[in-house]
Design a protein around this ligand. Structure first.
Ligand code: ADP
Ligand code: ZN
Length: 725
């Protein structure tokens, strides 16, 4: 039994007292006593060799389901994920169920199907009216209706129909069939554009693999028609009566995408955090029954049950949001690949800027790469250029070169998009008298000044007004350093007083509907300059944007994380992808103090593929992922020495399990040592072979859990960490 507890183990119970054991199946929910409380667990297996002495076994209190709520293959997938990420299975299974089912509320499989006789039922001798009158009555009714009878009709025909029906079902004579709504979905398809040769080729390749596991990396520049490829592949899969699962980084940011799928495919369910509990349950149930042909969802939708999956798509597969950053630190992309593999179906990972991991998998022959080299329709690639801003005149982060280009594009009727990955007004506030910078009291981080004159910590969320006096010297003169989107917006209002400006970042879009309202001002032409964070780079289509300016490319060149440059390159290319999406040619200008930086040069001169090839060489030389398997053991506590003490002890345990094929680095303080009042440290494991790393972690885990130092810290293991903070 898997119980929602952080304990890394399962628990054995006896069936409920007086209950029938033979009606139990893995995947059913069972209410069990757990310590002094009751919990809803999921039955994972039935054993005659319990792990504890028979006299200490307790009875489960209640079996909550008549049939499994989690299918066998999803149970196995969860088991795999729990093993791979070394996370408690009880917590993993929580992700597979909507909240109301986790809480133990009853689950009724949908009733909009019909009962009908099975082949065996039709051939069997009819039940004898004098021995089993109600069974006989049902049998007769069903025999007259080959297409089946729904429960409403059953109820009008026979008052107590449930028990006799169950008996007939047990004999294998009747079955409940949910009508295949999929055919209706397929009919609703509207025609798409005529495909170009590369799209055609990609679709043929994927469709040729519709009944086998085959991972594809669909590598196509923004606007090259990847979404068209997904749509056509899904249409083909629907034709075969199979469902499709589409994972996207964020649905709130890309409502147009869901609309486009709906227009083309008919019934499409969106699954994301914005839904109410009831809506989530309904979608979950419908997907599970096979009533919904297509589900589009964010990270957690990778665990959406599907009666008959035919293909999985992961759009923007490089996006960091597919990796959960706390609790169960899974990668939805990687689990999706495993899910496809277990179900023997193809999976399409699409991106204009594929992750180095996926490109590496292509090189290893594990993924097949499909290219869409050209923009679809008549749109042209934007031209990319570095702006050497060393010693240039700057106006709030905008060089004279960039300002000139902006005037030119605006003058020609184009729109301008400026990208800066920092929200707020100024990231640093310093006392002019003594040089003290204003710091978060709970983090090793500076407070960001916002335009409303409040200070915010972007790490723990703390907020306070800008103080009147410096806490060190009492001085009253504060300087504001660095640039956030609000500051750029204000400068733009001054420099372009007659031009509408839209700022798009987490602050300006906090209220429901505000993002759409802002996007509307861009579409209508009311706003002609957009400035924003990475929110802007995701998925939007701005047909009239002809100039994209990257205000600060240097940010990504010198980050503490080994993935900083990869992230920055992806952001630049994704931002660039917003330009010139229609007929007007686009231009991309990248401000940098390091115009000779090799990675930037690769990116600008030859594009993302060339950048990625160079970055992969760097990773190989440094022995970093994807050329090594990585895991990060993190610990944090309010007591300053506790995290290091735990990690030292953990290191001793791990060292005892290691061969010389695994490196341990640390323990060392985390790059941001103090966050939200906790001291943080980490121990890094690097191995040439993933299997070896898994093996060592598997062996060490019980001891890492049992360490007495563990009681004084919060610790977690992050397999394939996406960031190093
Ligand atoms: P991506 O997903 O790679 O960004 P999309 O599939 O969204 O690309 O296509 C970009 C734009 O080009 C869309 O407006 C789409 O309707 C259009 N498009 C896609 N394929 C074709 C095609 N073969 N011919 C004409 N227009 C196309
Ligand atoms: Zn803070």
């Amino acid at each position: 039994m898997a119980v929602p507890s952080p304990l890394h183990r399962q628990f054995d119970y006896l069936p409920p007292a007086g209950g029938e054991q033979n009606s139990l199946c893995p995947g059913m929910r069972v209410r069990v006593p757990f310590g002094k409380r009751h919990m809803v667990g999921v039955l994972t297996g039935i054993t005659s060799n319990p792990g504890i002495a028979a006299d200490r076994l307790r009875h489960a209190s209640q079996v909550l389901d008549a049939s499994p709520v989690i299918s066998e293959d999803m149970l196995a997938l969860a088991g795999w994920a729990a093993d791979y990420y070394h996370h408690p299975i009880g917590e993993v299974l929580q992700l597979l169920l909507p909240a109301s089912l986790r809480q133990g509320r009853p689950w009724k499989p949908t009733q909009n199907g019909k009962w009908r006789l099975t082949d065996a039922g039709r051939q069997a001798d009819a039940p004898q009216p004098h021995r089993a009158p109600r069974q006989a009555c049902l049998w007769n009714l069903l025999a007259q209706h080959a297409e089946g009878v729904d429960t409403t009709a059953l109820a009008t025909h026979l008052q107590n129909w449930k028990a006799p029906l169950k008996l007939l079902e047990k004999r294998g004579w009747v079955e409940f069939v949910v009508p295949p709504v999929l055919a209706a979905g397929a009919r609703a398809v509207a025609a798409g554009p005529r495909l170009n040769a590369a799209q055609q080729q990609a679709i043929e390749n994927i469709c040729a693999a519709l009944d086998s596991f085959r991972p594809f990396l669909l590598d196509g520049v923004t606007g090259s028609g990847k979404t068209e490829v997904y749509l056509q592949v899904i249409v083909e899969s629907l034709r075969l009566g199979k469902q499709a699962l589409v994972l996207v980084p964020e649905i709130g940011l890309t409502p147009q995408l869901v609309e486009r799928f709906r227009m083309r495919l008919g019934s499409v369910a969106a699954f994301h955090s914005g839904l109410s509990g009831a809506e989530r349950l309904e979608t979950w149930q419908a997907a599970s029954d096979g009533r919904i042909p297509v589900v589009i969802g964010t990270r957690s939708a990778v665990f959406m049950p599907l009666k008959n999956p035919g293909v999985i798509v992961v759009d923007e597969e490089h996006d960091a949001s597919f990796k959960q950053q706390d609790g169960f630190r899974y990668s939805a992309r990687d689990i999706a690949v495993m899910r496809a593999r277990r179900r023997s179906i193809p999976i399409v990972l699409g991106s204009a800027t594929p992750s180095l991991e996926s490109l590496y998998n292509v090189r290893q022959g594990r993924y097949a790469q499909l290219h869409l080299p050209e923009r679809a329709g008549n749109a042209k690639h934007p031209r990319m250029r570095l702006l050497d801003i060393r010693s240039r005149r700057m106006e709030e982060g905008l060089s004279d070169l960039l300002l000139d280009a902006m005037r030119q594009h605006l003058g020609a009727g184009g729109q301008v998009l400026l990208f800066l990955n920092r929200r707020g007004y100024a990231p640093t506030v310093m006392c002019h008298a003594c040089g003290t910078t204003l710091q978060c009291a709970r983090c090793d981080a500076r407070l960001t000044l916002h335009a409303d004159q409040r200070l915010q910590c972007h790490h723990c969320g703390a907020q306070r007004p800008l103080p009147e006096r410096c806490p060190q010297c009492g001085g009253t003169d504060f300087g504001q350093y660095g640039l956030g989107t609000e500051r750029v917006e204000r400068a733009l209002q001054r420099l372009f007083p007659d031009t509408g400006i839209a700022r798009i970042d987490r602050d300006s879009t906090r209220r429901r509907g505000s993002l759409n309202a802002l996007l509307d001002t861009v579409r209508s032409g009311e706003s002609r300059i957009l400035v924003g964070t990475q929110m802007l780079t995701k998925g939007h289509d701005f047909p009239d944007v002809t100039l994209v300016g990257i205000l600060d490319a240097d940010q990504g060149l010198f980050g503490v994380d080994f993935r900083s440059s990869e992230r920055m390159a992806q952001l630049i290319v994704q931002a660039a992808g917003r330009a010139g999406r229609s007929l007007r040619p686009g231009e991309v200008l990248i401000q940098t103090h390091h115009p000779d930086h090799p990675l930037l040069r690769h990116l600008v001169a030859d594009g993302y593929a060339s950048f990625a090839a160079a970055a992969l060489i760097e990773r190989r030389q440094a022995g970093l992922p994807p050329y090594a398997a990585m895991a990060l053991l993190r610990a944090e506590a309010t007591a300053p020495s506790a995290p290091m003490a735990y990690l030292q002890a953990a290191k001793t345990v791990l060292t005892a399990c290691l061969g010389n094929d695994i490196q341990l680095l640390g323990p060392a303080p985390a790059p941001m040592e103090r966050r939200a009042g906790r001291i943080r440290a980490q121990l890094l494991l690097l191995a040439n072979q993933r299997a070896r790393l898994q093996q060592v972690l598997g062996t060490a885990m019980p001891e890492l859990i049992a360490l007495k130092q563990a009681r004084r810290v919060r610790w977690s293991l992050d397999v394939d960490p996406a960031d190093m903070y």
